[in-house]
Structures are given as C-alpha cells and as structure tokens.
Design a protein around this ligand. Structure first.
Ligand code: IPM
Ligand code: MG
Length: 360
C-alpha cells in the first residue's frame, strides 16, 4: 500500500528522534512491501526563523493533503521571549486545530524491565497499562476571549475555558469505543465541584455511560486523579479528560513508564460523526518536548517517536500487524537491556534505533 507522510521534525531533539523513526518505517516498508512517501516541512521555531511564522498556510495545506503527520517536538529558549508575536507552540496548536484532531491518545505502559527506572515503588507499577484520551482542540488552550489589557489601572489577563456539548460528546464516545477493546472501564476526569464546563462534561459522560452499559464508568475530580495516578495506577484503565487536565496528567503519568522519552501519542479526528475531510489525517508525536539541554548531542531516546510511528500504522493506515512488529521490537530491545541516557544507559539515539531495527 501507498502512503504519504508529512514529517515535521521541529526543534531541539525533534529532528534526531524523527530521523530514527523514519529509518524504522523504511525497514517496515521494504519488509512488508508498502511505500511510504515522506515529505519534510518546517514547523515551530525553525519555521519562525525561516518564514517568520510558526506554521505557514502551505505547510498546513501539505499536512492536510497527506495520509498522516509525524511530528518531533517544538520550542526552545531561542523563541521564549514573552513579547514575541509568534511562538513555536502556536504552530502546534494551529496544526491540531487545522487537522481537527480532537482526541489525543496517550498510552502509558510500564515495561517490567524499566520498573526500577521509575521513582515509584516497584509493587505499584506492576501491570500498569493506562490509556489517557486527552481532548485536544478545545478548552483553555483555545477558548476566547484570550487577552491581556489594562483595566481600572491594573493589568489583567484572561483565558477562557469553553466547551461545546459536541466537543465533549465526540471525545468521550471515542474513549468508550477504545475501552471496549480493553478492560471496559472509563474514568472521566473533571473538576465538577468548581467548573461549569466540568459539570456539563460529567453530565454528557454520564449519558454516554448509560448508552454503553457494557463499559464501567466512574467520574473523578482531577486533583484526586492526579493522586490516584501515583498511589494506585493499576486501578486506572481508560482516562478521558479535557485538554489542560490531560496535558498535566500525562506528564505525571510518564513518570510511571520510567522516562518521558518512552511515551508516544496519536491525535485523531475520525469518529464517524460527519467530520470534515481533513479530520482523517492523524497526527503522531512523542509526548516529550524539544529538550534543548540535550539537543544536538545524539543522546535523546527515540522510542517515544518510534512508538508514535507504530500508532500511525495502526490508526491511520490500519496496518495492525506492522504496528505490533514495531511495538514488539521495542519491547524486546528494552528486555535485552538497551538503554539511552534518560534510562540510565549509554546508547546513543542512533544505537538505540539500531537495536530496535535488529529486532524487526
Ligand atoms: C504536549 C505539550 C504541548 C501541549 C505544548 C508543547 C504546547 O506540552 O503535547 O503535551 O501543551 O499540548
Ligand atoms: Mg504536555
């Protein structure tokens, strides 16, 4: 089969880890006779430097015209000026919104051989297998108004937490569907004791729960959820939550896996509810950032990005067997003891990918 993949390596360690995922995909394509056509574009700080904009209309159009997008990371101290008119992160948000990828899937699995890499007690980590479904195109990240102004002699800043009912419904439904091929358990995370948007979230989730009696639903306040994630992670399965809560909880959850460098993500728009065409283009990225402190050293862990490419094969191309081959190769490689610096080892980015490729 033939697929067009747009690569957005981005900033910092982004290009290093994306380069290794491409090598893995190339092995898969020759072994299983698929053709992956890669086109590379700038997005983030590199795009600001080149075009004066974190993402251009052309890049956005090219992403929409491809079958999937693989992203590295964006941002860095060079573009951190709070007064700058554009920021690398704005490009990422424009991309998520432009592709209408409203659901961000962040699987958190603990490899038994990495239990010691986590600061949590080993007995808490056994059998942890969580899927966080983070709403990605709404909430505080996008709500209007968003402004800074002078009022009554004081400077004032406003962000808005806004959700439409359909935005909640589609992401919670997706979480329920995903739960059906797992342990049939959904935890909906909100702050319904304080936020109106959360009360509507809870009401809609409850309704969807009633329509899906085969799936067990519980509601949890976000502060409780952040505690449960580290005190009893094994009790969690599918977690569905709004954009900002999901951002925070997934960084926390990455501690379970031993390193943020391990975790992939898939951002999807498809749910069969009359979405625009571009909603079919999935966006795949590791959950880690651009790690400016180690950029250019060739020591970043490529696993999060390699596993993201596996999710791309699974969700965008429906190549389940090939996706599993990559995931098993990563699993095997870790079992054999291969470790990059974030996991306490000495392998370079390239060497880690070489070990994974040997297992494909
Ligand atoms: C993430 C990141 C992004 C986010 C940043 C880089 C804008 O933290 O993907 O989790 O907040 O969504
Ligand atoms: Mg984040």
């Amino acid at each position: 089969m033939n697929f067009k993949i747009t690569l957005l390596p981005g900033d910092g360690i982004g290009p290093e880890v994306v380069g290794e995922a491409v090598r893995v995909l190339e092995i898969i394509s020759s072994k299983y006779e698929h053709s992956f056509n890669f086109q590379e574009r700038l997005m983030g700080g590199c795009s600001i430097d080149q075009f004066g904009q974190s993402v251009t209309d052309e890049t956005l159009a090219d992403c929409k015209a491809s079958d999937a997008v693989l992203l590295g990371a964006v941002g860095g101290p060079k573009w951190d000026d709070p007064k700058a008119k554009d920021r690398p992160e704005r490009g990422l948000l424009a991309l998520r919104k432009g592709l209408a990828v409203f659901a961000n899937l962040r699987p958190v699995k603990v490899h038994p051989a990495l239990i010691d890499a986590s600061p949590l007690k080993p007995e808490k980590l056994k059998d942890v297998d969580i899927l966080v479904v983070r709403e990605l195109t709404g909430g505080l990240y996008f709500g209007q108004p968003k402004l800074r102004e002078m009022k009554d002699g004081h400077e004032r800043a406003v962000d808005t937490l806004e959700y439409f009912d359909y935005e909640i419904k589609r992401v919670v439904e997706l979480a329920f569907n995903l739960a059906k091929s797992r342990k049939k358990k959904v935890t909906s995370v909100d702050k319904a004791n304080i936020l109106e948007s959360s009360r509507m979230w809870r009401q809609i989730a409850t309704q969807i729960g009633t329509e899906n009696p085969d799936v067990e639903l519980d509601h949890m306040l976000v502060d409780t959820a952040s505690m449960r994630l580290i005190t009893a992670p094994v009790s969690m399965d599918v977690i569905v939550t709004e954009n900002m809560f999901g951002d925070i909880l997934t960084d926390e959850a990455s501690v379970l896996a031993g390193s943020m460098g391990m975790l992939p993500s898939a951002s999807l728009g498809e749910s069969g509810v009359g979405l625009p065409h571009e909603a079919r283009v999935g966006l795949y990225e590791p959950i880690h950032g651009s790690a400016p402190d180690i950029a250019g050293k060739g020591i970043a862990n490529p696993i999060g990005t390699i596993l993201s490419s596996a999710l791309m094969l699974r969700y965008s191309f429906k190549l389940e067997a090939e996706a599993a081959v990559i995931e098993n190769a990563v699993y095997q490689t870790i079992t054999e003891g291969a470790r990059t610096a974030d996991l306490g080892g000495k392998l370079s980015t390239r060497q880690m990918a070489d070990e994974i490729i040997k297992n494909i």
